[in-house]
Write a protein that binds this ligand. Sequence first.
Ligand code: FES
Length: 71
Amino acid sequence: MVRMIICVCRGLNTSKVSDAIAAGARSPRAVHSHYQTTINCGKCCETVCGMIREQAGPNVSEGQDMLAAAE
Ligand code: FES
């Protein structure tokens, strides 16, 4: 698998996001929490949600995280 940076703000690449999802993260906030970080600009949320849908199915709390990122 090619590792690409998903979250520029926190340095999370595809491998790290995938590992967090495998460990049970089901939202961008949960992925960040897995690495003791928080959402900053929120630009990674859409991509993270897409990865969650691919790996874990459609139960993603996208709306809440996107709102939280904008606050
Ligand atoms: S790119 Fe992930 S919080 Fe900014």
